[in-house]
Design a protein around this ligand. Structure first.
Ligand SMILES: [Zn+2]
Length: 415
C-alpha cells in the first residue's frame, strides 16, 4: 500500500511553519493567511487527477471521479481560531489528501465510487462568533437572517467580509448541490478533550455530537442593607442561584454521560454592602440522547423553582440557543470501530461534546461518522495542542482503512 502517514505529519509541520507563529496557528477564515493556506492545499493536490472548485459558500472540494457517481466524502477545515493549535481541522484535511493519493494509486485514477475531499469554510467562527458557517450553508441549516446581521469587532458585516473573498452571501445555500450524490461522510479530528488520554488509548469511534440546551436563568430578589437586614428577612437572589451550581453537578451525574456548565454569573446591584437583588446565571447542558437532554432541562427548571420558593425569590428562564443531538450512522460507527481495532488492541466509543462540521452533514441526512485521535493535555484551541507523532501515524492508517471499508459500504448500499 502506498499510504504514507509520515508524509502527512511532514506536511502538517510544513503548514505550521507557513501559517503559524510563536502564539500558534493563525489560519482565521477569510484572512490572507487562510487564502494562502488554500493555495498551499491546491499545490498538494496538483499531482492528482482531481477536479477542484470552491462552492457558493466558500467550501473547497477536490473530486476523484469513480465508476459510480455515488460519493464518499472526507472532510475537515483548514481554518483555525487565532493562536490555535497546529492539528485542529487541518489534520482531517491532510489525512484526506493522503487517502486520495492512496485510492488514486490503488485504482489507477478510477475508484469504484467517487471520492471527494472537502475543506469547509469558517468552521471555527472565530471572527463572527458563528461556527460551522460553510457546512451549515451546505446543509441548508444556516439561519440567513441571523447570519446577515453578524458583525466582527471592526463592525464589518459577514456579507461584506465574504464579498472580499468572492462569495455572494445571498447565494451561499446554493452550495447544497454538493451533497447531491453524497453517500457517506467521514471526519477525523483530534479529540479536544481528555477522555482517550485518561484511558491511554490512541483512537476512538465517535457516536455523535451532543445536543445543546443553553439558557439564562435569572433570580429576582430584593436589595437590602447588609448590616440592617436579619438573615431570615432576606430575599437573596444569589443564594438561590448558588444552589444551582451544586445541583447542576447532580443533574449531570444522574444523566449518565451528559454535562452541565454554569459559565457566567452576574449580580445586581453588585456591591459589597447589599443583598443581591438580581442574579443571572447561564446554564449550558449537553447530551447525546434527546430524551435525556430533555430530562436534564426539566430537572434544572424544577430545581430552580424549588430554590426560588425556598428563598422567597422569583425565577425566570430565557433560552439562548439550542441544537438537537446528532447521533452518527450505526453501521459506520461499527466500521470505524473495526478499523481502529485492526491496528490498535482496543477501541473506545465516545460522544463529541464540541460540535463539528460532521454534525451539519449528518443533519442533512448523509450517513456520517467521525474518528477521534488522542489529544495530549486534552487541550485544544491553544498553541499547546498536540498529539504524539506515533498516534498521528496510527490515525491516518486507521482512517484510511475506514475510508476503504466505507467505499465498499457505499458501493453495495442502495440509494
Ligand atoms: Zn476543528
Amino acid at each position: 500500500m502506498p499510504l504514507n502517514p509520515q508524509r502527512t505529519i511532514a506536511e502538517l509541520k510544513e503548514l505550521r511553519a507557513l501559517t503559524g507563529d510563536e502564539n500558534g496557528a493563525q489560519r482565521v477564515a477569510f484572512t490572507p493567511v487562510w487564502v494562502r493556506t488554500r493555495a498551499w492545499l491546491k499545490e498538494k493536490l496538483a499531482g492528482l487527477p482531481v477536479e477542484t472548485h470552491t462552492d457558493a459558500a466558500g467550501n473547497f472540494w477536490a473530486t476523484l471521479p469513480g465508476e459510480s457517481d455515488r460519493a464518499l466524502l472526507i472532510g475537515g477545515h483548514m481554518d483555525s481560531v487565532p493562536n490555535g493549535g497546529w492539528l485542529d481541522g487541518c489534520l482531517n484535511v491532510m489525512a484526506g489528501v493522503e487517502i486520495l493519493r492512496r485510492i488514486n494509486e490503488q485504482y489507477r485514477g478510477r475508484p469504484p465510487v467517487t471520492v471527494r475531499l472537502v475543506d469547509w469554510a469558517d468552521e471555527e467562527g472565530a471572527r463572527f462568533s458563528k461556527s460551522l458557517f460553510g457546512s451549515s450553508a451546505c446543509s441548508g441549516q444556516l439561519d440567513m437572517a441571523e447570519a446577515r446581521g453578524l458583525k466582527d469587532r471592526q463592525g464589518i458585516a459577514l456579507p461584506e467580509a465574504l464579498k472580499a473573498v468572492g462569495i455572494d452571501f445571498e447565494k451561499v445555500k446554493d452550495s447544497g448541490v454538493e451533497l447531491r450524490n453524497a453517500a457517506a461522510y467521514l471526519e477525523l479530528h483530534i479529540e479536544q478533550g481528555p477522555v482517550l488520554l485518561d484511558l491511554d488509548l490512541p483512537l476512538g469511534a465517535v457516536l455523535g455530537t451532543f445536543g445543546v440546551e443553553r439558557h439564562a436563568i435569572t433570580f429576582h430578589g430584593q436589595a437590602a442593607h447588609s448590616g440592617s437586614t436579619p438573615m431570615n428577612r432576606r430575599k437573596d437572589a444569589f443564594l438561590a442561584a448558588a444552589k444551582m451550581s451544586a445541583e447542576s453537578y447532580a443533574i449531570a451525574a444522574r444523566s449518565g454521560t451528559g454535562v452541565c456548565t454554569i459559565g457566567s454569573c452576574t449580580t445586581k446591584p453588585g456591591i459589597v454592602t447589599s443583598v443581591v437583588e438580581e442574579c443571572r446565571i447561564t446554564l449550558d447542558q449537553r447530551h447525546l440522547d434527546a430524551a435525556a437532554l430533555g430530562r436534564m432541562l426539566a430537572d434544572a427548571k424544577s430545581a430552580s423553582e424549588r430554590f426560588a420558593a425556598e428563598g422567597n425569590v422569583r425565577v425566570t428562564w430565557e433560552r439562548l440557543w439550542q441544537i438537537v443531538p446528532r447521533p452518527f450512522h450505526p453501521e459506520l460507527i461499527e466500521l470505524c470501530d473495526a478499523a481502529i481495532k485492526k491496528i490498535c488492541p482496543k477501541s473506545h466509543r465516545l460522544p463529541s461534546g464540541p460540535l463539528h462540521d460532521a454534525a451539519e452533514v449528518c443533519g442533512a441526512g448523509v450517513p456520517t461518522v467521525m474518528m477521534f485521535v488522542q489529544s495530549l493535555h486534552g487541550i485544544s484551541h491553544n498553541k499547546i495542542e498536540d498529539t504524539k507523532e506515533e498516534h498521528l501515524a496510527l490515525c491516518v492508517t486507521a482512517f484510511d482503512r475506514l475510508a476503504s471499508k466505507a467505499m465498499e459500504w457505499v458501493a453495495v448500499r442502495k440509494r
